[in-house]
Design a protein around this ligand. Structure first.
Ligand code: PRP
Ligand code: URA
Ligand code: MG
Length: 209
């Protein structure tokens, strides 16, 4: 079963509080999501392998370590996943970005696919699927399925807030995908919104409501 890592660093939790606040405006919401994404990138890359190199300092030769050429791909689920991309790229500038466009039908809560564009070398990359919200898990599962259908095997999922129902759904359908979240909330309401959550992440990021 996929593991769940809760990124509970105080800086992440502090910023998440303001992200949840309904009085936070679009500009601040976007900036805070960007900052939390950077901090979460620090946590999600904890297991990246290093290799030894020697560098000449002005004083002597030093045994040092660098990331061992690991190729990463970021896969934001449109729209809301876009809000986390730049924050991650600040720490991982060589990552390539693929896009999976999904919206959740408001009646059925089922994901509807409308766009997929992936890097040509996606099979060689370790992939991080990004979406601020893991509610029913339908969108994350569908995005992971898009990647697996193309033969991708190394996949992690990164979200800001997850509902227990969404975690269970991903663990059931994709047991080899680890999930990184800043918080696990209480439950889903009758409209499939995470409680207490933050509302509609896409609308809050882009000011569409
Ligand atoms: O786990 P689920 O039940 O599938 O819900 C989560 C999805 O819902 C939201 O997307 P939305 O449909 O609002 O699209 P948007 O990002 O374009 O606003 C959110 O960004 C996730 O993609
Ligand atoms: O709470 C939720 C659930 C799905 N999508 C969101 O943006 N928020
Ligand atoms: Mg939305």
């Amino acid at each position: 079963m996929g593991k769940v890592f809760i990124c509970d660093h105080p800086l992440i939790q502090h910023k998440l509080t303001y992200i949840r606040d309904e009085n936070t405006n679009t500009k601040d919401f976007r900036e805070l999501v960007d900052e939390v994404a950077t901090l979460m990138a620090y946590e999600i890359t904890r297991d990246i392998p290093l290799e030894h190199v020697q560098v000449k300092t002005p004083v002597t030769t030093a045994d040092c370590r660098i990331i061992s050429g690991r190729m990463l791909g970021l896969i934001p689920i449109l729209r809301a996943g876009l809000g986390m991309v730049d924050g991650i790229l600040k720490l991982l500038p060589a990552a390539k970005v693929g896009h999976v466009g999904l919206y959740r039908d408001p009646e059925t809560l089922q994901p509807v696919e409308y766009y997929v564009k992936l890097p040509t070398d996606v099979l060689e990359r370790e992939l991080i699927v990004i979406d601020p919200m893991l509610a029913t898990g339908g969108s994350a599962n569908a995005a992971i399925e898009v990647l697996k259908r193309r033969g991708c095997t190394q996949i992690k999922l990164m979200c800001l807030i997850a509902a227990p129902e969404g975690i269970k759904a991903v663990q059931n359908e994709h047991p080899n995908v680890d999930i990184y979240v800043a918080a696990v909330d209480d439950y889903l309401n009758d409209h499939g919104y995470i409680v207490p959550g933050l509302g509609d992440a896409g609308d809050r990021l882009f000011g569409t409501k």
